[in-house]
Design a protein around this ligand. Structure first.
Ligand SMILES: *Cc1c(COP(=O)(O)O)cnc(C)c1O
Length: 422
C-alpha cells in the first residue's frame, strides 16, 4: 500500500496536509476531489530543479487538471501551459499564464481556435499534419501575423504503456511520421506567415521507464541535425510529457534521471527545451473522497457500493487503471481488512473501481479515499446518470477552499431547452 505524502494518516485518520478529510466531507458532502496545493508546488519545484542546468520552459499540460486554482498555483511558480483547445488557452490565460509561455498541441485544431491563439500571441503551435500547417499559414496570413511552429514528430517508438495512452507509434493518429519530417519542414519554410522554430515529440502517458524517452530523443536529435543542414533554424525542442506516477507499486524514474536523459540526448543542440508534464505534477496531488452507501452481500462477493462512480472517475473503466482505495478513518480496527468489489452507483457493469480488493472493513456512511486522482480525474468527469459533477477542494496547510462548487440539479437541467414545436 502506498500512502501519498501529502495525504497522511494522523492518529489513524487520513488528512490532506493539516486538514482532516472528514472535516471537508462534513462541509461539502461526498463525493469530492481534494487537491494538495503543497504537493503541486513540490512537484513543480522538483521539475524546476531537475532541469535547472538546461534552458527549459515547463509547460504544464492543462488537460490533466484545468481547475483555475491549480493553474493559478502553477502560474505563480512560473509555469507555462501545454494546451489542446481554445478552451484550455482561455483557462490558462484566465489563471494568469502568459501567452508567450503557451504551446498549442492537438490533432485537429479548427480555424477559430487558430485565430484565437494567434491573437493571444502564443509561443508555439505544435503542428500535427500538413493540412493543419496550411490552415495555420492561411489564418496567419489573413490576420497579418506570424505563427511560430514546430511539427509534432511521431518517432515510431513504443512507450510500453496502456494502448489508449500510447501516442508515439506509427499506427497512432498523432504527429508527422519521422520519415516524412524533412519534406514537411520544407513545405513549412515555403508557406507564408510561418516561422519554423522547433521540433516536438510526445510518445505517451504514464511511462514507467526511461528507455522509450531516450530512444525518442535520440531520433529527434538526429532529425534536428538534418533539419539544420537543410537550412532550418531550429531553436526549440519540445520533449513532451508522459513521465508516470506511482499508482500502486510502479517504480518511477526520478525527474532528475528523466532530465538527465534530455540533457544527454539533446543538450549538444543548444536548443530551448520545453517539457510538458501533466500527470507527474498533479496525479499524486489529489484524491477522490467518497462515502460508502451500502455494503451489499452478493452470492460470491461483498460489494462496497460508493457514492462516487465512473462518471466521477473514469480511469478504472476506461484504462483498467489501478487506484489505491483506502478507508479514511481506520481507528476502529487499524489492521482489519476485507475483500470487496468496489463499485459505483451508475447503471453500467463497467462502473467498477476494483474487483477483489482488500479494503478496511467498512460500513454504510464510512468515508473512502480513492488515491492518485489529481490528474485525469475531475477533467474527465461527466454528468452521466444526471449525477452532479463532484466539487473540487484545495487544501494548503490547515486551510481548505472549495475551488469548484457542486452545481444544483436546477442549474444542470436548465441548460437544456425544449423547442416550441415539441
Ligand atoms: C497529454 C499530453 C501531455 C501530458 O501528458 P502526461 O502524461 O500527463 O504528462 C503532454 N503533451 C501532450 C502533447 C499531451 O497530449
Amino acid at each position: 500500500m502506498t500512502i501519498q505524502k501529502f495525504f497522511p494518516y494522523i492518529n489513524n485518520k487520513m488528512f490532506a496536509e493539516d486538514v482532516a478529510l472528514s472535516d471537508i466531507a462534513e462541509k461539502v458532502g461526498t463525493p469530492f476531489y481534494c487537491y494538495s496545493n503543497t504537493a503541486i508546488s513540490h512537484n513543480f519545484q522538483d521539475y524546476k530543479q531537475a532541469f535547472a542546468n538546461q534552458d527549459t520552459l515547463i509547460c504544464y499540460a492543462v488537460k490533466a487538471n484545468g481547475n483555475q486554482a491549480v493553474l493559478s498555483t502553477l502560474a505563480k511558480l512560473g509555469s507555462g501551459a501545454d494546451v489542446v483547445s481554445e478552451g484550455e488557452i482561455r483557462r490558462a490565460r484566465a489563471a494568469g499564464i502568459e501567452a508567450n509561455k503557451i504551446v498549442y498541441s492537438g490533432v485537429a485544431k479548427i480555424e477559430s481556435e487558430i485565430e484565437y491563439a494567434l491573437n493571444e500571441g502564443i509561443f508555439q503551435f505544435n503542428v500535427e499534419s500538413e493540412p493543419e500547417l496550411e490552415l495555420i499559414s492561411q489564418v496567419a496570413s489573413r490576420l497579418n501575423k506570424t505563427a511560430a511552429i514546430a511539427f509534432r514528430i511521431n518517432p515510431d517508438v513504443c512507450a510500453n504503456t496502456h494502448a489508449k495512452i500510447s501516442t508515439g507509434k506509427s499506427e497512432n493518429k498523432f504527429g508527422v511520421p519521422i520519415s516524412k519530417a524533412r519534406i514537411a519542414y520544407k513545405q513549412a519554410a515555403s508557406l507564408p506567415n510561418l516561422k519554423v522554430q522547433g521540433v516536438d515529440v510526445h510518445i505517451g502517458s504514464q511511462l514507467t521507464q526511461l528507455a522509450p524517452f531516450e530512444e525518442a530523443y535520440k531520433r529527434i536529435a538526429q532529425l534536428v541535425a538534418e533539419l539544420r543542414s537543410d537550412g532550418h533554424d531550429i531553436s526549440v525542442v519540445d520533449i513532451g510529457g508522459g513521465l508516470g506516477i506511482t499508482y500502486s507499486d510502479e517504480n518511477i524514474p526520478s525527474k532528475q534521471a528523466y532530465a538527465a536523459i534530455a540533457q544527454t540526448q539533446l543538450g549538444h543542440l543548444g536548443c530551448k527545451i520545453i517539457v510538458e508534464p501533466g500527470r507527474s505534477l498533479l496525479g499524486n496531488a489529489g484524491v477522490l473522497v467518497s462515502s460508502v452507501v451500502f455494503v451489499k452481500t452478493g452470492e460470491e462477493r461483498q460489494f462496497l457500493m460508493l457514492d462516487a462512480g465512473m462518471n466521477d472517475l473514469i480511469r478504472p473503466s476506461m484504462y483498467d487503471a489501478h487506484h489505491e482505495i483506502l478507508a479514511v478513518d481506520i481507528s476502529a480496527a487499524p489492521n482489519q481488512t476485507k475483500t470487496y468489489d468496489v463499485v459505483g452507483p451508475v447503471c453500467e457493469t463497467g462502473d467498477t473501481f476494483s474487483k477483489n480488493r482488500q479494503v478496511h472493513q467498512s460500513k454504510s456512511g464510512d468515508l473512502i479515499a480513492i488515491m492518485s486522482c489529481g490528474a485525469y480525474g475531475a477533467v474527465m468527469a461527466s454528468t452521466y446518470n444526471t449525477r452532479m459533477l463532484a466539487p473540487e477542494v484545495m487544501v494548503k496547510d490547515d486551510e481548505f477552499a472549495v475551488v469548484r462548487a457542486r452545481l444544483s440539479y436546477e442549474e444542470v437541467i436548465n441548460t437544456d431547452s425544449v423547442p416550441s414545436w415539441v
